[in-house]
Design a protein around this ligand. Structure first.
Ligand SMILES: Cc1ncc(C[n+]2csc(CCOP(=O)(O)OP(=O)(O)O)c2C)c(N)n1
Ligand SMILES: [Mg+2]
Length: 745
């Protein structure tokens, strides 16, 4: 299955060419409007007698069309550079030097059926798949008609939903995990339909191949034998960093021992070699052979981007030598040598390409610009999570192991609700570390693991390993693979075992999941429910098993954050989370999983709790406490104490979700009592209480009789020793003291 490393970096190309001179010739030769040639059509080769005895291995009209597209691609880079210099666009990054490998691969791929996670240098692939120069230039000028992002993303951040070209972000390498997740989704859907799965293409540079996310993605692709084509386009540079400073060996050597990975190295400037390898690799993947990595050696004749000048770190001789290897020149030379076309036709095609691009640019410059008031459109769509009012709490159909009418703890409520939701919707898949029960062969003998807190116990037993499965111990991989599955149309439910270990997944949550809708202006969405065990009060949990930190996630536009404090709310919020069309961080407090005070009879399946709707846990007329999660019960106890001991009437409002949060309910209680205390378990500085306090002081100032006060954890970490833990986290007596002082203000 693992093929040998073949090919090598090419030597110098054919006849020399001065690019500037060639462009001048091109412009001079361009007369009259060019004929826009249909994609993959012939280019004036009919009836030609080959000068060479050897027959071209691919149809001549395809070869000529790819030469034309290569010139169009280069012409687009040149035009965009001009636009940038004229301040009519604002950034440029080229695809120059990478054209042939991409056009060759496009010949084997199926736009609209296969899935694409391209890199910013994949301009020629876009052309080969059917994207027009005009569509790409709309992004360069920042037009609202830009189909990839409506003027929101930099040029070369592709995204064309009609062709399954998935919206692209900028963090190098982060595309690899969603790509593998997409392939995973395709494999799952194919398993259900009995059809062959689509192929997923993902590309990156040799620099990006240093990112951990790339290696996590390879691991998952090989582990699950997924239909993924990796292209590493190795131009020898990551901005100014040379590949010898990037890795101890070329990428094809580094990955050569991955079991189940096809690997080939090819000269990316040799169209024929690329085309043959592309066919072979794609066939291998389509035949069920598993993932394949193509390492293509290419050149980077232009600087990294419009913000870079490579003459600062590359010697003149090196640049000149690279220019000699320009793939456009060598491909055109080969076509002439084969008698497929002659020099004048090459010149005419090039001239027409430049003319076509010039016209497309002129048209793009005329295209409408975005309306500034739309800048916050498509951050998220709250309709699905806010419009469903809470249905009456009819008792749930009892789970197999719970008697009807029995109150269940919060962990069981989550487990039962997941079961109910998975039963109803085959798109839901639960995965993460330890979430499965046990290998199917021994399920008859053992109880099963079902998560370190037992919240997924029995899901694998009931729904099988394709619906509930363990992943490698790799949090970025867990979330990134969920992103890809969400894009592929599933409803992934990844689990992060401990909030303390969510940080490796931060990029996938923040840069991928949360931005997909906004950056594509709604063309792509990322509905997924990320379940996370969070929080302290564990006595012994210490710094790495007690963290909160929810405010960091509430700070991310596009990400919803739910934080239930009891069983019925957990069930109702979880149901709503799966209705969402955007990512939800579902925070499950570990300490609450089994607390008797958080038990409820599970409300029936129709019962959903809207996001952004607080619950009044306790009414009051002197002061209100706003809180969520594990401090709800502590606040309630504090209020009871003050009523008993001081005769104070203190209300408690449980926010239940902090993104969105119920500003209306908070404003109402401020109006009612004039005094507000915010309590949370997270640390004080820049905690979510700071947001509430700032908002209330700005929006409810005239209703306040005292400054908003906060009780929170100290600005440190949760320690192991119990008396230290108590000192660190907010306790009932801290809330009593703060509430009393505030009431007396
Ligand atoms: C995670 C991350 N770090 C840094 C950057 C800034 N950056 C953009 S492109 C780039 C170099 C990428 O090199 P390579 O992957 O080889 O692609 P090439 O540009 O050579 O095609 C860097 C460092 C980024 N976009 N993302
Ligand atoms: Mg590179």
């Amino acid at each position: 299955m693992v093929s040998g490393v073949m090919g090598a970096r090419a030597g110098a190309g054919e006849a020399g060419r001065d690019r500037k001179e060639a462009m001048a010739t091109t412009q001079a030769a361009a007369g009259g409007p060019p004929k826009r040639q249909p994609r993959r059509s012939g280019a004036g080769t009919a009836g030609r007698t080959a000068k060479s005895a050897a027959r071209p291995p691919f149809p001549a009209h395809q070869l000529m069309e790819d030469l034309r597209l290569a010139f169009v691609s280069r012409a687009m880079d040149d035009r965009e550079i001009t636009l940038k210099r004229q301040s009519r666009s604002f950034f440029q990054i080229s695809g120059a030097g990478h054209e042939l490998i991409l056009l060759a691969l496009a010949r084997s791929l199926e736009p609209g059926r296969d899935w694409f996670f391209p890199y910013y240098r994949d301009r020629a692939l876009m052309l080969g798949l059917g994207v027009s120069p005009y569509e790409m230039l709309l992004q360069a000028v920042g037009s609202s008609s830009d189909p990839a992002s409506a003027g929101r993303q930099m040029p070369s951040h592709w995204g064309f939903s009609n062709l399954n070209i998935v919206t692209q972000s900028s963090p190098t390498g982060s595309q690899c995990l969603p790509a593998v997740g997409c392939a995973e989704g395709s494999a799952y859907l194919a398993e259900q339909s009995g059809e062959r799965p689509e192929l997923t293409y993902v590309s990156l540079g040799e620099g990006a191949a240093s990112e951990g996310e790339f290696w996590e993605s390879l691991n998952a692709a090989c582990l699950h034998h997924l239909p993924v084509l990796f292209l590493v386009a190795d131009n020898g540079f990551a901005i100014s960093v040379r590949s010898e400073d990037q890795a101890p060996a070329p990428i094809s050597e580094l990955v050569s021992s991955f079991p189940g990975l096809g690997v080939s190295r090819v000269d990316g400037s040799d169209y024929l070699a690329c085309r043959k390898l592309g066919e072979q690799a794609v066939e291998h993947i389509r035949a069920g052979g598993g993932p394949y990595l193509i390492h293509a050696d290419v050149i980077r004749p232009y600087s990294h981007s419009s913000d870079d000048s490579q003459t600062r770190y590359r010697a003149v001789a090196e640049l000149e030598a690279e220019e000699e290897r320009d793939p456009l020149r060598s491909f055109a030379g080969w076509l002439v040598s084969m008698g497929i076309c002659d020099e004048s036709e090459v010149a005419a095609i090039k001239a027409a390409a430049f003319e076509e691009v010039a016209e497309a640019a002129a048209k793009a410059l005329e295209a409408p610009r975005p309306d500034p008031t739309t800048v916050v459109d498509q951050v998220w769509d709250l309709r699905a999570v806010t419009q469903n009012a809470a249905a009456p709490a009819t008792p749930a159909a009892p789970a197999d192991d719970v008697a009807p009418g029995t109150a269940v703890n919060m962990g069981d409520a989550i487990r039962q609700t997941l079961t109910e939701l998975m039963e109803a919707d085959e798109r839901i898949r639960v995965f993460g570390e330890d979430v499965a029960d046990a290998p199917p062969s021994i399920l008859g003998e053992v109880r099963g693991k079902g998560g370190v807190f037992g919240t997924t116990l029995g899901l694998q037993r009931r729904f099988g390993v394709s619906r509930c499965y363990n992943t490698p111990l790799a949090e970025a991989g867990i979330i990134g693979r969920a992103v890809g599955q969400a894009i592929r149309g599933l409803r992934p439910c990844p689990e992060i075992q401990f909030f303390d270990y969510i940080w490796p997944a931060m990029q996938q949550l923040r840069s991928e999941a949360a931005t997909i809708r906004w950056r594509s202006n709604g063309a792509f969405v990322c509905p997924m429910v990320v379940r996370v065990a969070i929080g302290g009060y564990l006595t012994g949990g210490a710094i790495w098993h007690s963290q909160c930190g929810e405010s960091i996630f509430a700070h991310i536009p596009g990400l919803m954050v739910a934080f239930p404090s009891r069983a019925a709310d957990a069930a109702g919020l979880l149901r709503t989370a799966f209705d969402a069309e955007d990512p939800v961080l579902f925070l499950e407090h570990k300490h609450l999983y089994r607390q008797p005070y958080a038990r409820d009879v599970l409300p029936g399946p129709g019962h959903r709790i809207p996001f952004g709707k607080a619950a009044t846990v306790r009414d009051g007329s002197d002061l209100f406490i706003v809180t969520y999660g594990a401090t709800v019960e502590r606040s309630k106890k504090a209020a009871e104490t003050l009523e008993r001991e001081q005769g104070l009437s203190i209300g408690v409002l449980d926010l239940r979700t902090i993104a969105p949060w119920d500003q209306e309910a908070v404003a109402d209680v401020v109006k009612k009592t004039g005094r507000l205390l915010v309590v949370h378990e997270d640390t004080m500085t820049a905690g979510f209480g700071a947001e509430i306090a700032a908002w209330v002081s700005s929006e409810c100032f005239s209703d306040l009789d005292a400054p908003v006060q906060r009780v929170a954890a100290k600005d440190a970490n949760v320690p192991y020793e119990p008396s230290l833990e108590r000192a660190m986290l907010p306790q009932v007596e801290d809330v009593v003291e703060a509430a009393f002082q505030l009431a007396m203000w």
